[in-house]
Write a protein that binds this ligand. Structure first.
Ligand SMILES: Cc1cc2nc3c(=O)[nH]c(=O)nc-3n(C[C@H](O)[C@H](O)[C@H](O)COP(=O)(O)OP(=O)(O)OC[C@H]3O[C@@H](n4cnc5c(N)ncnc54)[C@H](O)[C@@H]3O)c2cc1C
Length: 330
């Protein structure tokens, strides 16, 4: 096996993300039930829960699992996430409804779902550990090696795993996986932990966590200029950075020093499900795994296992049908 990466390992979104390691898909669970079917949604959620357990075995200190809070910013969102909470409970998933949350977010939101199991990952550290295992198992890793033409590669099969990057490499994916920019800032370490687990609000448009050293890492506000963020230009913008800054000071309860700012690109799909499988029209030789719609830490890991199994001939997983790139054909 050979890996070509235009950059170095974990320099794409896997080293630039918000570090949420949550089970489930990118859509709300109640919406997922309506859109993908009740059985498929439940199976997908359970599949990612199992993936998180396997990630824990590999991650060492790169993964913490204190759970997460999904917060309602207003009454409308409260009604929406109540639907998700009820759907999760109906299908036997662990979830608790809180009218208020403890910690720094207390008194500021209109309710929350507390979910155990998930938590926070140091994604670059985790992905580098996976790469070291792959290299130890015999994979050749070629960094700073951009693939210009998948058909010209000397390989029986090719897997395109560029998520939001790599536009133009397989033109038929360009209309299916839309590059989308996310921006993040991090504060200097604070002397108290206000947020003991990942928090997210406004349908995931805002997400933050506090690292063990006290830094708050905050991402989001893509909706400030949502069309401008449909881009693969990896740079921060004043409009979103200033919204992030104001909110960061609010979260910290005082003006805090900002030490890091960055942007990264993720791949968004129409139904918020990834594409995993052979790319139609390529004779089964070129495959894709990508389009995690901003929620790739756990699903991306699970899809890596899924596609590796499928390439080796095990195509029995129900997720392969759900993620089949051919669902968009025609
Ligand atoms: C700002 C931000 C915040 C996010 N927050 C979270 C979060 O909190 N939780 C979560 O679950 N998900 C989050 N995501 C999504 C998650 O980061 C991604 O879905 C995931 O990292 C994708 O992993 P990947 O390995 O498929 O792709 P990437 O890590 O993006 O890697 C793609 C690689 O493809 C390479 N490449 C592109 N074109 C070529 C070419 N022609 N030849 C060779 N190599 C090429 C690039 O160099 C890059 O290294 C976030 C994403 C962003 C951008």
């Amino acid at each position: 096996m050979r890996i070509h990466d235009a950059r170095a390992i974990a320099e794409g979104a896997s080293g630039r993300n918000g570090g949420f390691a949550l089970s489930g898909g990118a859509a709300r669970y109640d919406i997922a039930r309506e859109t993908y079917g009740a059985e498929q949604a439940a199976a997908l959620w359970r599949w990612t829960e199992e993936a998180l357990d396997r990630m824990e075995e590999l991650a060492g200190d790169a993964l913490r699992r204190p759970g997460s809070y999904r917060l309602a910013a207003d009454e409308e969102e409260r009604d929406e996430i109540r639907l998700e909470y009820e759907a999760l409970r109906e299908d036997g998933f662990e979830a608790e409804w809180l009218d208020d949350v403890p910690g720094g977010a207390a008194g500021r939101f209109r309710g929350a779902i507390s979910r155990p199991g998930g938590g926070s990952i140091q994604p670059a550290r985790f992905v580098r550990r996976l790469a070291a295992r792959a290299a130890a198992a015999g994979a050749e890793i070629r960094e700073h090696d951009t693939v210009e033409d998948v058909e010209a590669l000397d390989a029986d099969r090719v897997l395109v795993a560029t998520d939001g990057y790599g536009r133009g490499l397989t033109p038929e994916l360009d209309g299916l996986i839309w590059p989308t920019r996310g921006q993040v800032i991090a504060s200097a370490p604070l002397d108290r932990i206000f947020y003991d687990r990942p928090h997210y609000a406004r349908q995931g448009f805002d997400y933050w966590q506090q690292l063990p050293d006290g830094r708050i890492v905050l991402g989001g506000f893509r909706d400030v200029s949502i069309l401008d963020e449909l881009t693969d230009v990896e740079e921060t913008t004043p409009a979103i950075q200033s919204s992030l800054e104001s909110f960061l000071h609010e979260l910290a309860g005082e003006r805090v020093q900002i030490t890091h700012r960055w942007a990264g690109i993720f791949g968004l799909t129409q139904d918020m499900l990834p594409l995993v499988g052979p790319i139609p029209g390529r004779d089964g030789r070129v495959w894709v795994a990508g389009g995690y719609s901003g929620h790739g830490n756990v699903p991306g890991f699970a899809c890596g296992e899924l596609v590796a199994d499928a390439l080796l001939g095990n195509t029995s997983s129900p997720q392969l049908e759900l993620f089949d790139p051919a669902r968009f054909a025609g």
